[in-house]
Design a protein around this ligand. Structure first.
Ligand code: ATP
Ligand code: MG
Length: 649
């Protein structure tokens, strides 16, 4: 297939989609011309205790930034995700849990979800949790993670989910920062056939936790678990002591729903605060239209609840829509690289949403793992988290979707709460690697990075900012509004700045070129590292690539590449030369790498993103400046990379 072709919306996609091109154009125009009217109308998708009369009050003026949506409305988010579905969907599966070991799936109906959440909420109350209190959730991908989040929402407590793969230190910092009353954990966390002793990690974290904090423990396995009297409580024992009913606390639309720390790709994680009304309106609406969700669909997002995708598109968005959401405890490669396709086949998954890192990893394992699975139920494929290389996009489209399933490349951030830029399956012709078009109400601009001038028209490249607010925008950094204002509103006045680079091509499609820090300048030519990475990944020997700049006497910056090879391919000097030549011929002499290092593994965040800032420091030989590595999935990867540094001659 010609890499540059645009894939037209097929008739089949059009005929089942809720939004066609004409509707997209009409709604989009209305959402920009009359945001008040548009969002007043679409806020009706939510059951309000008191309908809002005010829609938006937004001030993007530095330094007085303030963002409010539906500010006099009252609702309960848990009610919207659970209770309101009981009358017609009580027996329908809300959560389809796929456990670590294959063959142990469980269906939890909305009725059962309601019972679990009410009990859980009563247990939290029993432990002294009240409206406005913070609760840290340190759980693996088990149904109790969703129960815990919803239970907090039910009683008006603010949850802060900490990824279960994080260290005791990272957990301790987040508990202290949020001054949480309770930490919810599990005794063990099986994943990929290995079990993490989560409760032991929690105990270590507690050594540095300040104040009277309780620990609620889910019994995931039968393993021995040390419990501290007066501090630690088993969930199942507590559930035996509390009642079955629990009312939903009426919440103001602007009451915080949760705090979530960003994944830490660029520096110290920020405690992002999301509120209730706008968040649930926007996440449920994007979930419905981006994934073209229809009642009865089985929807699967492979993310973890420890990051924003898990919040918005495993728990809140889908459940607010009464969807069946698949919760996956394992990894895409356990017991082997066919796991995802086996699960899709077995549960007849209709929407599958994952990250480029997983797609590249599965691509690296070869097509044999996909072949032979019945994936005919798939209607939508999705990707999020990083720019997707066209090569990986094509693999996903051809091998998984058999060139018959649209891919939605969804661009958004922890800070944005929901998807900002994406194709809509029935409306947007697809371009491999392009995030494409803004969702309703989102008005992106491309700015000239130095002057901040708006680059109008098509065929422009710069940084991407957003002109006006959308309902699920973050409201502040927890306890640090100044950091919020300075990070996102200071550099380009009057805009929300994403910190990402982007271009708008000749057809008006938006392409995210990567983080602003990841742009390199070689002999005066600005280049997104994503471009060089995509050229490398397009070579048949390469499964993953990360590219960074380093100071170069002649060129200003030189190009340093880290390359992970396909399974079964051995590194060699000949291959290194071949790959360097390949990049040169794909992009041009200006992009010829100065160094190329074979890397069996990349330093990644727990959400699977390559931490280029660490790779940059290694390439610059600044080993004492690696910075915060606490959010790395596997810190030992760094040592290996340091030992195998390449000469930059
Ligand atoms: P931190 O802000 O702590 O450095 P992070 O930016 O990785 O961490 P997230 O909010 O999880 O934390 O990730 C959002 C970022 O991921 C975006 O700003 C963008 O750089 C990248 N991203 C997400 N989706 C896409 C996509 N579809 N295409 C391109 N880039 C994407
Ligand atoms: Mg970020």
């Amino acid at each position: 297939m010609n890499r540059m072709t645009m894939i037209e919306v097929k008739d089949e996609w059009k005929s089942r989609a809720k939004i066609d091109k004409a509707t997209y154009d009409e709604w989009y125009k209305q959402s920009i011309d009359d945001p008040e009217g548009f969002w007043k109308q679409h806020a009706k998708r939510i059951d309000w205790i008191k309908e809002p009369t005010k829609v938006k009050s937004i001030n993007y003026t530095y330094p007085d930034v303030s963002i409010k949506w539906f500010e006099d409305g009252e609702l309960n988010v848990c009610y919207n995700c659970v209770d309101r579905h009981l009358k017609d969907k009580g027996d329908k599966t809300a959560i389809l849990w796929e456990a670590d070991e294959p063959g142990n799936a469980q269906h939890i109906t909305f009725q059962q979800l309601h019972e679990h959440v009410c009990k859980f909420a009563n247990v939290l109350k029993e432990l002294g949790v009240q409206k406005g209190d913070r609760v840290v959730i340190y759980l693996p991908m088990i149904p109790q993670a969703a129960y815990a989040m919803l239970a907090c929402a039910r009683i008006g407590a603010i949850h802060s989910v900490v990824f279960a793969g994080f260290s005791p230190g990272a957990l301790r910092d987040r508990v202290n920062d949020s001054e949480a009353k309770v930490v919810i954990t599990a005794n063990h966390a099986p994943r990929g056939g290995k079990a993490t002793p989560l409760k032991k990690n929690t105990d270590k974290a507690f050594e540095g936790i300040e104040g009277d904090v309780k620990c609620l423990v889910v019994k995931r396995t039968g393993d021995d678990t040390p419990m501290t009297d007066g501090r630690d409580f088993w969930l199942h024992e507590m559930e035996g002591k509390v009642g079955n009913d629990c009312d939903c606390e009426p919440m103001n639309a602007e009451d915080p729903l949760f705090i979530l720390y960003t994944s830490g790709s660029t520096g110290k994680p920020k405690g992002v605060v999301h509120t209730s009304g706008g968040y649930i309106v926007y996440t449920s609406m994007t979930h419905e239209y981006v994934f073209d969700y229809h009642p009865g669909d089985i929807y699967w997002c492979t993310a973890d609840v420890g990051w924003i995708t898990g919040h918005s598109y495993i728990v809140y968005g889908p459940l607010a829509n009464g969807a069946t959401t698949l919760v996956f405890e394992s990894t895409p490669t356990y017991p082997d690289a066919s796991r995802c396709w086996k699960v899709c086949e077995e549960h007849k998954v209709n929407q599958f949403y994952t990250a480029p890192t997983a797609i590249r990893a599965l691509m690296g394992k070869g097509r044999k793992h996909v072949e032979g699975h019945d994936l005919s139920a798939l209607k939508i494929l999705g990707t999020v988290g990083e720019p997707i290389n066209p090569e990986a996009w094509n693999w996903y489209y051809e091998e998984v979707g058999h060139s018959n399933v649209p891919i939605v490349d969804t661009y958004w951030q922890t800070e944005t709460g929901g998807i900002l830029i994406t194709p809509l399956p029935g409306a947007t012709p697809l371009k491999p690697g392009a995030a494409s078009k803004p969702f309703f109400g989102v008005k992106p601009v491309i700015l000239e990075p130095q002057s901040g001038e708006v680059l109008e028209g098509n065929g422009v490249e710069g940084v991407i900012a957003i002109t006006d607010s959308w309902p699920s925008q973050m409201r502040t950094v927890y306890k640090d509004h100044e950091r919020f204002v300075n990070t996102y509103f200071q550099q380009y006045k009057g805009y929300y700045f994403t910190e990402d680079g982007a271009k708008r091509d000749e057809d008006g499609y938006i392409w995210i070129t990567g983080r602003v820090d990841d742009v390199i300048n070689v002999s005066g030519h600005r280049m997104g590292t994503a471009e060089v990475e995509s050229a490398l990944v397009a070579h048949k020997a390469v499964s993953e690539a990360a590219v960074v700049g380093f100071p170069h006497d002649v060129k200003g910056q030189g190009i340093y590449c880290y390359v992970t090879l396909m399974e079964g391919t051995e590194p060699s000097d000949d291959l290194r030369d071949e790959l360097i030549k390949h990049v040169r011929s794909e992009i041009g002499p200006i992009a010829k790498p100065d160094a190329l290092q074979f890397a069996p593994d990349m330093p990644k965040t727990r959400s699977g993103k390559i931490m280029r800032r660490i790779l940059r420091k290694i390439a610059e030989d600044k080993l004492d400046e690696l910075g915060d590595t606490s959010t790395l999935a596997d810190p030992s990867v760094v040592d290996h990379l340091i030992e195998n540094r390449q000469n930059k001659g």
